[in-house]
Design a protein around this ligand. Structure first.
Ligand code: FPP
Length: 255
């Protein structure tokens, strides 16, 4: 039996035996795009080919999130710990980022996507910083999906940067101890103004958070799969959303 779901533009799409409730679409999906290296190794290819294949998966998933009316998609593309990888791999990832932004800009803009970034991008090569800033400035008024590319991102680093800024504002008299609550802290993070992720998706069989959105995922639902990121398709996204819609979220309360 086939069930159907449609995008906001009332376009219908058939999906294998899965019915996604369009009235309960997650607002924010975050993905740890893992398994590129193993995907390449299985095919006797260099690791960088796994990342290149991973970009294809990004294209498909961004398009689908946009179509489903998801408001925020955060992709963990480069962590504060990834700098220890061989130079060749780090450079290849930076080049893929620049290529992605250049090749996809028109299409993303046409689809009303805001191309945002989180993480400390001041440590990235200048060309990456320029492309990211341009992409953001040229799409910031779009009203569809916000695509957060997490680059040189670490949850601990983000919290440290927030604490330092709060300290600075206190010592310079702009903030008092009484003003600090959970909302204040959230407003000092890179995800300021965004809802916390509803689901964290991690493909490739690993079941850890790896320093991703530590503060924001307090009540996120986790969804794991053995599929490696380059093989992750929109049908896998549908499964994750379907599972999310059937979870019992109590946020510490009772039902
Ligand atoms: C983790 O897999 C993946 C990364 C560290 C990089 C993810 C980057 C991309 C998919 C492409 C570049 C990004 C953009 C935004 C264009 P891994 O290499 O750790 O895989 P492994 O655990 O199998 O070795």
């Amino acid at each position: 039996m086939l069930n159907f779901f449609g995008s906001k533009k009332s376009e219908n799409v058939a999906v294998e035996d899965i019915h996604i409730d369009l009235n309960n679409i997650p607002k924010h999906i975050a993905i740890i795009m893992d398994g590129n290296g193993r995907w390449a190794k299985e095919r006797m290819l260099p690791r960088t080919m796994g990342h290149k294949a991973g970009v294809e998966a990004i294209r498909e998933i961004v398009k689908e999130c946009s179509k489903l009316g998801i408001k925020y998609l955060t992709l963990y593309a480069f962590s504060t710990e990834n700098w220890v990888r061989p130079n060749e791999e780090v450079n290849a990832l930076m080049n893929l980022l620049v290529q992605y932004l250049r090749n996809e800009f028109k299409e993303l803009d046409k689809n009303n996507v805001v191309i945002n970034h989180i993480g400390d991008i001041s440590k990235l090569p200048k060309i990456c910083q320029d492309e990211l800033i341009d992409a953001y400035n040229n799409t910031k008024d779009n009203t569809g999906l916000t695509l957060n590319l997490a680059l040189n991102y670490g949850g601990r680093d983000e919290l440290l940067r927030a604490f330092k800024k709060i300290y600075e504002n206190i010592t310079e008299g702009r903030l008092s101890k009484e003003d600090i609550n959970e909302n204040t802290l959230s407003s000092y993070l890179d995800t300021k103004g965004m809802p916390d992720p509803d689901i964290i998706i991690r493909p490739s069989g690993e079941q850890r958070l790896s320093n991703f959105l530590l503060w924001q995922c307090a009540y996120s639902e986790f969804w794991y799969s053995n599929i490696k990121w380059p093989d992750f398709k929109k049908e896998d996204l549908h499964k994750a959303i379907y599972d999310f819609q059937n979870r019992d979220r109590r946020f510490g309360g009772v039902k």
